[in-house]
Design a protein around this ligand. Structure first.
Ligand code: SAH
Length: 408
């Protein structure tokens, strides 16, 4: 997908771009992660417990330990007969994520964890604590097949899809870290989950929907989070956006648009060669119409590539053509540096003008902060190379966890 010969002349930096292919399916023959409680619906958990030769009602007790108390250590499951605990844990609570490194910045309120999965695959998650919320940014695939040239994950290709439980475990670990008071600001809870880590969530649809259900199912079947606090971000797999709209879970949809015109988007977001700007924006609009949730348009601001004033006007036009009833909001992301990329973030004045033009047309526009940049934990920087980290903190053991006092 090299840039085509252009007849018109505009002052902008073009690129030779990479020739990475788009990959939708994970490589064949990879072993599946072990089955885990969080992969299963409540009915399936019961079946699994019965199949292990134990009473079906133990499933609910185990769910309470895992989703309610964030406990996986048999020693802490004192309401269960000692003889059954090990058996239950062995049957449905295998350890799926091993912490490799933990890196912190912002006085400990931003923490990136590098995880090793059962087969050696590496993924990352990021916890960000703000005064009013805690956001967990989770990975949904080891690597990514979408090949966006400005994203570190996209440049590494796809290793494999993650399972529902591997996704959920990232959130449970964050929840546990917060509950234990290990993040400055006192004990807390995860209020938001964004599928903006490694991977393209819509290319691993079934596992991602499973994870969304586990996050939003009421405790103890799930973590009991509000669907409004969950954001699924996509490069724009149109049929999957349509499918998500029909699930009846009002999660926030974010679409990584990055260009309002097909010529540039073909290059920046290669999936555009499959589904064009018009199609993806139509799908986003239908999502907002169906779910009544405002859609977020993500737009990484790349100096002299996609940040021209005329592109701001064109973006406004493309969005407003579908309606001006507040169905959409634009989130500009200052480009974060990635290895080998020759692109840089927009000038401040160009960013300001871009915002001004969108806002002048009545489109709510925000500029995302660059949290995590110092630890390569910001948007587009997750590569899970295991490269030396800049400010390592000790990786905590995952289990055991202190049991909450009876008063809690
Ligand atoms: N594959 C999904 C989920 C990843 S979300 C998606 O692309 O939407 C990560 C967000 O960060 C996306 O909006 C992505 O386009 C953006 N991003 C990627 N590389 C970036 C970079 N170098 N700087 C800023 N944002 C980047």
């Amino acid at each position: 997908m090299t840039s085509t010969t252009r007849t018109e002349t505009r002052t902008e930096t073009r690129t030779e771009t990479r020739t990475l292919p788009l990959v939708f399916d994970e490589p064949r023959g990879r072993r599946k992660p072990p089955r885990h409680l969080a992969d299963l619906t409540p009915a399936e958990r019961r079946d699994a417990v019965v199949a292990a030769g134990l009473p079906g009602y133990r499933a609910k007790q185990l769910s309470t330990h895992y989703f309610g108390r964030l406990v996986t250590d048999p020693a802490e499951m004192t309401d269960l007969p000692a003889a059954e605990r090990e058996q239950l844990v062995a049957a449905v609570l295998p350890r799926l994520l091993e912490p490799v490194t933990n890196t912190a910045t912002d006085a400990g309120t931003t923490r990136k964890t590098l995880w090793r999965l059962f087969d050696g695959a590496l993924v990352e998650s990021v916890l960000m604590r703000y005064p009013d919320r805690v956001t967990m940014c989770v990975s949904s695939q080891a690597g990514c097949g979408m090949a966006c040239p400005f994203c570190a994950t996209g440049q590494g290709g796809l290793q494999r899809n993650m399972s529902t439980a591997e996704i959920v475990e990232q959130v449970v670990d964050g929840a546990r870290t917060l509950a234990r008071g290990e993040v400055p600001g006192g004990p807390g809870r995860v209020s938001n989950v964004v599928f903006m880590g490694m991977g393209e969530p819509m290319a691993n649809y079934a596992a991602v929907i499973g994870a969304v259900r586990r996050l939003t199912d009421p405790s103890p079947d799930g973590l009991g989070m509000s669907a409004r606090g969950v954001t699924v971000s996509t490069v724009g797999l149109v049929p999957r956006i349509e499918q998500l709209a029909q699930e009846g879970i009002p999660v926030t949809l974010a679409v990584s648009l990055h260009a309002p015109d097909d010529e540039l988007r073909d290059e920046l977001v290669p999936i555009n060669t499959r589904w064009k700007v018009g199609e993806v924006v139509d799908a986003a609009w239908r999502y907002a119409e169906t779910t009544k949730r405002r859609v977020s348009i993500e737009y990484a601001m790349i100096k002299d590539v996609n940040d021209q004033a005329w592109r701001a006007d064109l973006l406004a036009e493309v969005l407003l053509a579908r309606g001006d009833w507040g169905w959409v909001h634009v989130n500009l992301i200052p480009l974060n540096p990635t290895p080998g990329s020759r692109w840089t973030a927009s000038r401040r004045e160009d960013e300001r003008e871009f915002v001004r033009r969108l806002q002048a047309r009545g489109i709510p526009t925000t500029v995302r902060d660059t949290r995590g940049r110092e630890i390569d934990g910001a948007c587009g920087q997750l590569a899970a190379t295991g490269a030396p980290v800049k400010a390592p903190v000790a990786a905590p053991a995952v289990a055991p966890v202190a049991a909450p006092s009876p008063a809690q």
